[in-house]
Design a protein around this ligand. Structure first.
Ligand SMILES: *Cc1c(COP(=O)(O)O)cnc(C)c1O
Length: 229
């Protein structure tokens, strides 16, 4: 089942890249495995998937231990709690959800010696919803400058989770604004646009996503997660 879904999603991404006249390998598929068991990750792995995204730190670390022999690149995509930064800094290759200098600094200071710099994205609240995490577009230039100075982090780009929207054109609009804002920064090292999920994959690829984060379409519906750690 998972391998079938994976095949289908990969084909969709290639098709959308074709429509957008982008190279067919321009978009990395991040398999969002939060709340799903290690066996599901192993199944996707056997079908060739190597990048996995997790939102709950302790749950992720447990699965990583079970999957120790697998050559997986782990992405942390959930809200960052200050008391979890040490664990995140030690157990992940990427963090997509940086939304304050304070947490960026903690991750920088707690990145274990001997590991390469942690790849990070700044999470931008592009729909302007007060309750959602992420910085405002207006805060992006200053936080970029600050995070770029941290030697144990490698700032790669931006991540966004827009408000759910079923209309295709309205799905595209906030992504377009975000891409434009990053272009204004004129920083070629910012090569990553992490946006697009199961429900808006096409809009995201057409607007320039370089990482799409897909959970439900790949692993099926999720049960609610009890421990938000
Ligand atoms: C859960 C989650 C996803 C995956 O969403 P689906 O709609 O299941 O594809 C993507 N990004 C983030 C940050 C998530 O928390």
């Amino acid at each position: 089942m998972i391998s079938q879904n994976l095949k289908l999603i990969r084909q969709q991404i290639r098709d959308y890249c074709g429509i957008a006249k982008r190279p067919e390998d321009a978009v990395l598929l991040l398999a969002v495995s939060k709340t799903k068991p290690a066996e599901d990750i192993a199944e996707a792995y056997r079908a060739g998937q190597r990048h996995f995204g997790e939102s709950y730190c302790q749950e992720a670390v447990k699965k990583q231990a079970e999957l120790g022999a697998y050559d997986i690149t782990w992405h942390f995509i959930g809200p960052i709690q200050s008391n979890k930064t040490k664990l995140i800094a030690a157990h992940f290759d990427w963090v997509h959800s940086i939304d304050s200098f304070k947490n960026a600094k903690r991750l920088n200071d707690q990145r274990p010696a001997g590991l390469p710099p942690l790849n990070v994205c700044l999470q931008v609240n592009i729909s302007g919803e007060a309750s959602k995490s992420g910085i405002g577009l207006d805060e992006l230039p200053a936080l970029c400058e600050q995070v770029m100075l941290l030697p144990n982090l490698r700032l790669r780009g931006v991540m966004a989770i827009p408000a759910p929207e079923s209309d295709f054109e309205r799905q595209r609009q906030p992504y377009r604004a975000l891409v434009e804002a990053v272009k204004q920064l004129a920083r070629p090292e910012l090569d990553t646009f992490s946006f697009g999920m199961s429900g808006d994959l096409k809009a995201a690829v057409l607007e320039g996503a370089t990482i799409v984060r897909v959970g439900t379409a790949l692993f099926g519906e999720r049960a609610p997660h009890a421990d938000r750690g």
